[in-house]
Design a protein around this ligand. Structure first.
Ligand SMILES: Nc1ccn([C@@H]2O[C@H](COP(=O)(O)OP(=O)(O)OP(=O)(O)O)[C@@H](O)[C@H]2O)c(=O)n1
Ligand SMILES: C[C@](O)(CO)[C@H](O)COP(=O)(O)O
Length: 377
């Protein structure tokens, strides 16, 4: 039986604040909604996604980059938005998983549990038992205690067989904060499956930092370093970090001898634990003779992406007396950023002399050292 994920993202996020609704605000490397959508996109049990957005957001054409989904205009309340999503899903039949775009940290395991429970129930939803003592209060004073036995905090995705839930939404009157409430008002049974304390809903401004902390705990962060040296020979320019810098000599090498780009490339290979440029592009292979070094860097960046890593930042230091690097630093940052598909503010290019000491100090060549940080969310 086919399963459709309906992501409701038509709210205005008033309590969370910010210049744009919370689901479009940046969290780590993408917007809040994109995190949740990616989990559904990667789940083998989910056939398609329907994203319910506010008509203003859809019309402005300014939605951020998102995994592939059918876009549907939402309504004035969460319930109305869910109904719009259910109507769009109706032709597919089967099961639906209704999820808040504001819950970016759901796990594939929660989706598994909800889908599995739908084999034996019309509805199933994740929740976590209340573990704190519950008070009632008024005017800043505790006025009583509530029994927490049997109380749960409801989460999403809430899963249902589509036809009975759609019928419930069409017949049950009144507001409801979630689909379980609508289903139960229509007399449908809903199973509770284990939720996860990490599956928070971004509701208030402080929740962004909380989500980032939780993401950080789950992240695989890797660092790599790269070091390269090329000697000077005859010529009238050098390639450094993708920029042609006029000089009274050139750097010698099998490729274009862009020592900075080589160090950055090796830093990425190093973070991945996957060798170095020489291993991927052997100098003994004539096809790399005179090769532009962006080929090497693009390969390393692609390899990182293939293994699920995002490059968080790169820092490269060039060591030479001449040419003077300062005037070319901005162009070098932009050049590396373009090749790596990163924002220039994630790239640093610095330079130092070696106080006339050693081979760089004597002007015999240029050395470069680089660090790269890779992150797998
Ligand atoms: N008319 C609405 C209202 C809410 N939602 C979605 O329902 C989810 C949970 O709602 P909530 O956290 O209350 O979001 P907002 O309504 O945006 O928040 P606020 O009440 O602070 O404005 C969110 O993903 C939100 O985008 C929706 O699709 N359509
Ligand atoms: C559906 C929900 O996420 C369950 O916890 C929640 O009820 C929706 O958000 P709201 O803040 O209650 O509107």
């Amino acid at each position: 039986m086919t399963t459709t994920a309906i992501i409701v993202a038509a709210g205005r996020g008033i309590r969370a604040g910010g210049e744009i609704p919370k689901q479009w605000q940046q969290l780590g490397h993408c917007c809040v909604a994109a995190h949740a959508m990616q989990v559904f996109a990667d789940h083998p049990g989910v056939a398609r996604m329907i994203l319910v957005v506010h008509p203003d957001d859809a019309e402005s054409g300014s939605l951020p980059a998102l995994p592939d989904a059918q876009i549907v205009p939402g309504g004035a309340t969460r319930r109305a938005s869910v109904l719009a999503g259910l109507r769009a899903a109706e032709p597919h039949g089967g099961k639906v998983l209704i999820h808040d775009a504001a819950r970016p940290l759901l796990s594939a395991a929660i989706i598994d549990r909800v889908i599995a429970a739908l084999d034996t129930h019309i509805g199933a939803a994740p929740a976590v038992p209340v573990t704190d003592t519950l008070w009632s209060g008024a005017d800043g004073l505790v006025t009583g205690l509530q029994d927490r036995a049997g109380l749960f905090r409801a989460q999403t995705p809430q899963g249902f067989h589509l036809a009975p839930l759609l019928a419930a939404h069409q017949t049950v009157k009144g507001e409801a904060t979630d689909d379980v409430a609508v289903a139960r008002a229509a007399g449908l049974d809903v199973a509770i499956v284990a939720g996860d304390d990490t599956n928070i809903k971004i509701t208030t401004p402080g929740d962004f930092a909380r989500a980032e902390r939780l993401m950080g705990q789950a992240m695989d962060v890797r660092c790599g370093n790269g070091y390269d040296v090329h000697r000077f020979g005859p010529g009238d320019y050098v390639w450094l970090c993708g920029v042609q810098v006029p000089h009274d000599r050139a750097l010698q090498g099998h490729s274009d001898a862009d020592v900075g780009m080589h160090a950055v490339t090796d830093a990425i290979y190093g973070a991945l634990g996957m060798g170095d440029i020489g291993q991927h592009f052997p100098p003994s292979d004539p096809q790399w003779k005179g090769a532009a070094s962006h080929i090497f860097l693009e390969h390393a960046v692609q390899l990182a992406a293939d293994y699920g890593y995002r490059i968080s930042n790169v820092d490269c230091t060039l060591v030479c007396e001449y040419p003077k690097i300062g005037p070319h630093q901005p162009a070098m940052k932009v050049s590396l950023a373009q090749i790596m598909g990163l924002s220039p503010d994630r790239i640093s290019v610095k330079a130092t002399t070696s106080e006339r000491l050693g081979f760089t100090g004597r002007g015999e060549g240029i050395a470069a050292i680089a660090t790269a940080t890779l992150v797998k969310p």
